[in-house]
Design a protein around this ligand. Structure first.
Ligand SMILES: [Fe+2]
Length: 279
């Protein structure tokens, strides 16, 4: 097994390992440590016979959770879903490319998934990169006064928040009723590494608890701009067929890029691994 950095910001590439098979405890530890260190880990050249085999590969890193979005998941494997160039919104049936705004997955629930995994089956000849932000570094590069200002703050995350601009996929009324607002610390201490990371993103973070609306908006805007407008904090993953990419939702943001040819097929399997309470 070989592990090499993909960029100076974050990400590592793993070659010479087959996730279909059993791994030795040493191999598994090495892979898991690389995931914690690099935040995004791309295991190249994987080939899973079906979605069940993909989930078994994912289990080397943790326990897959049932997907929240019923509409995009497999009936016989509810822990897995597809991300496809054929995705349609559940309500209006329009073609959508999900997740084009920077976000961390399912921060709108109390125990967000610790990691998300995508496995690329079909990728367009160009475009369709997944962009990542290193939120550990985003925190580290904040001015000291901002670090002090936000150190003890809590933010409310809500799927139904009012958003200007791009929308998120519709949830049914029943799903919305099961998705009330939840709160998370703005600075999240990683339960496995102890490192602090910024944990706020425009897609689901609604407001800072206990702060006047204007002050909350202006502080959050500063944090969003700091984290997402700086290329020095980003790694862009160019997909190859056979890539198995796992990222740490506790210390990264990610966004899809809707820049590929609409006639080209893009198909990935997706799962998320169970996480723990954030505070
Ligand atoms: Fe996502």
């Amino acid at each position: 097994m070989k592990i090499e950095p993909l960029s100076k910001v974050m990400g590592a590439e793993v070659t010479g390992v087959n996730l279909n098979g059993p791994l030795t405890p040493a191999e598994r530890d090495q892979l898991y440590q690389a995931f914690l260190d690099h935040l995004v880990l791309c295991v190249r050249g994987q080939s899973f016979a079906d979605v069940g085999a993909f989930l078994n590969g994912a289990r080397h890193f943790g326990a897959p959770k049932i997907q929240h979005m019923e509409s995009f998941r497999f009936d016989d494997h509810p822990e897995a879903g597809v991300v496809s160039s054929e995705d349609r919104d559940v309500k209006d049936g329009k073609r959508i490319i999900r997740g084009t705004m920077f976000h961390t997955d399912e921060s709108f629930i109390a125990t967000p998934p610790k990691a998300t995994i995508l496995y690329a089956i079909d990728v367009p000849s160009r475009g369709g990169d997944t962009r990542y932000v290193n939120m550990r570094r985003a925190y580290e590069t904040l001015p000291d006064e901002t670090k002090n200002e936000i150190g003890e703050l809590t933010a409310v995350h809500y799927y139904g928040k009012k958003r200007a601009g791009r929308k998120v996929p519709s949830l049914t009324e029943a799903q919305m009723a099961e998705t009330p607002p939840v709160s998370h610390p703005v600075v999240r201490t990683h339960p496995e590494t102890g490192a602090k990371a910024l944990y706020a993103h425009e897609t689901m973070t609604d407001y800072i608890a206990g702060m006047a609306p204007e002050a909350s908006e202006s502080l959050l805007r500063r944090l969003y701009d700091h984290s997402t407008q700086n290329p020095e904090l980003q790694y862009h993953h160019q997909w190859r067929s056979g890539d198995f990419v796992i990222w740490d939702n506790r210390a990264t943001l990610h966004a899809a890029t809707a820049d590929y040819d609409a006639h080209e097929k893009r198909l990935l399997y997706r799962t998320m691994l169970k996480g723990a309470a954030t505070h």
